[in-house]
Design a binder for this molecule. Structure first.
Ligand code: BG6
Length: 493
């Protein structure tokens, strides 16, 4: 039977109810670069009900008009249109409060006086404020049965601190009202991974150790410290990127098919992957992980300073890490999964590259290259599939690898929404699918903690790599020991 192409209804279609969103850290980088622009976009699309209010919580006594003018200037600097920014300003107010001090919340309580609307608090603050903020929102009477609390990553700096945050939050609010953001889950291609895997039967049959040789997940950035020295130097690449974004990509790639798209059905399967990751601990960290830190180099022809120069002092933090992981399940037993992420690398590129097994017997001269599937998260999001093809001609049979290249922009021709656009309205709609549940965060820390301990036990100082390359040579050595090599992403973006 012939089926017409179909468009499946997505949760996106349910209207966003009227809400009050209070943002702690409203003059910080995250609010200005991600949250406000996402709200501006959603307002200009007409998705946000007119009566909704956005309340910036600030500690300074600066007058509201001047705060609004400052925010407007910083948003238009990013290229947002004044008319769109005006839509945000019309709904934006500022309240002076210290979220960790209930005594300072009186103005906020007055402002959030309408119990008939969804009330959400976004803690766009460092994690050491999560516990005092959750407690003081509760004691100021601001958390009712339908309030939502949004926590930005990183959630703690190890399992113990993440548990302490989760316990404190659980005392004031149900898990079903707690939204832990990992913005990678809001990215289009990351969601498309679910569709690629579970709306197509083609891949599911070969999605296992039977057909897959190995997997590489790369999240490479060209940026350096970006005025975040204080935060980044205390955290490093493993905590900043692997514990959350990279492991989330791994989960979506490797999880078993959930039986529905329900938030908990999806998260149950993701957490199983995290728990099945073989621990990397003790001396194994020296064999299965690599730490790196960039030195001066050049990116896209421009010289850039090294990490220590940007920071103004020497540091032991890693700006690059690579890991060789294994998932101990029937599906994935024996399939190495190589992860790597770093700052100041040769290209900005996030992708999952799946290398299939070679043909069992080649009837051609030489061995054909294995098939590869590349799920490209950014930039140029899309999916590529590499085949062997015959070079046209009547001479000797000649084979070459060629790519089937499906790019989002050419397939859909639409602007790719920023992750926060989707995530913010999902909170208001009450859809937790794309947020991390407490057990997921804790399972991810359980995997990461022993690596950090192993590094410190064995004095694993970062190896140097020049800015503009793809990490230290030890990362190449790690994968070459297995007879494989990193797929060098194309230099784009
Ligand atoms: C953040 C990290 O979570 O993600 C940053 O703290 C990183 O260090 C950023 O630069 C990358 O996000 P994106 O969406 O630019 O890939």
């Amino acid at each position: 039977m012939y089926h017409h192409s179909s468009t499946l209804p997505l949760p996106e279609r349910t209207p966003v109810p009227t809400f009050d969103l209070a943002i702690a850290g409203a003059s910080g980088d995250l609010a200005i670069r991600k949250l406000f622009p996402a709200l501006v976009q959603r307002i200009s699309e007409g998705v946000i009900p007119d009566a909704s209010r956005i309340v910036g919580i600030v500690r300074s006594g600066e007058a509201e008009e001047s705060l609004k003018a400052g925010t407007a200037a910083r948003l238009t600097e990013q290229g947002l249109r004044t008319s769109d920014v005006d839509g945000l300003l019309a709904r934006l107010s500022y309240v002076r409060a210290d979220v960790s001090d209930p005594a300072s919340m009186a103005d906020l309580s007055v402002c959030l006086d309408d119990p008939g609307r969804v009330r959400a608090f976004y803690l766009a603050t460092p994690p050491d404020l999560f516990i005092p903020a959750a407690r003081s929102l509760k004691s100021a009477g601001l958390l009712d049965h339908d309030s939502r609390l949004i926590l930005e990553k990183p959630l703690g700096r190890n399992l113990a601190s993440a548990r302490a945050i989760n316990d404190a939050v659980a005392e004031v609010l149900a898990e079903s009202r707690t939204y832990r953001i990992d913005h990678y889950l809001g990215k289009e291609t990351v969601q498309n991974l679910l569709v690629l895997r579970f709306a197509n039967s083609l891949f599911e049959r070969s999605w296992s150790q039977r057909d897959i040789d190995h997997v590489q997940i790369t999240v490479a950035e060209t940026v350096g410290l970006e005025q975040r020295a204080d935060y980044y130097d205390r955290v490093g690449a493993l905590r900043d990127m692997v514990q959350n974004h990279v492991l989330q990509l791994l989960c979506l790639f490797a999880m078993e098919p959930p039986n529905t798209l329900d938030a908990d059905a999806v998260r149950d399967e993701k957490v199983r992957v995290l728990r099945a990751l073989r621990p990397i601990q003790g001396r194994d960290v020296l064999r299965h992980t690599v730490r790196g830190q960039y030195t001066a180099g050049s990116i896209a022809g421009q010289p850039v300073p090294g990490y220590a120069e940007e920071l103004g002092r020497d540091s032991g933090a890693e700006t690059f890490t690579a890991l060789r992981c294994e998932i101990d399940t029937w599906r994935w037993g024996g399939v190495p999964i190589y992860l790597r992420t770093g700052k100041r690398m040769g290209a900005r590129c996030s992708e999952i590259a799946v290398t299939f097994k070679s043909v069992p017997h080649s009837i051609f001269r030489g061995n054909p290259d294995p098939n590869r599937l590349v799920i490209r998260v950014q930039p140029d999001d899309g999916v590529q599939l590499q085949f062997m093809m015959k070079v046209p001609g009547s001479g000797r049979l000649k084979l070459v690898p060629r790519m089937l290249d499906l790019r989002y922009d050419t397939a859909f021709g639409e602007r790719t929404p920023d992750a926060y656009e989707r995530l913010l309205t999902d909170v208001i709609r009450g859809d937790q699918t794309l947020f991390m549940r407490r057990d997921e965060v804790e399972a991810a820390w359980s995997f990461v903690d022993p690596i950090i301990e192993g590094w410190s036990e064995h004095y694993a100082t970062p190896h140097r790599y020049a800015a503009g390359t793809f990490g230290p040579s030890q990362a190449v050595g790690m994968i070459e020991r297995d007879g494989r090599s990193w797929a060098e992403p194309e230099a784009q973006g």
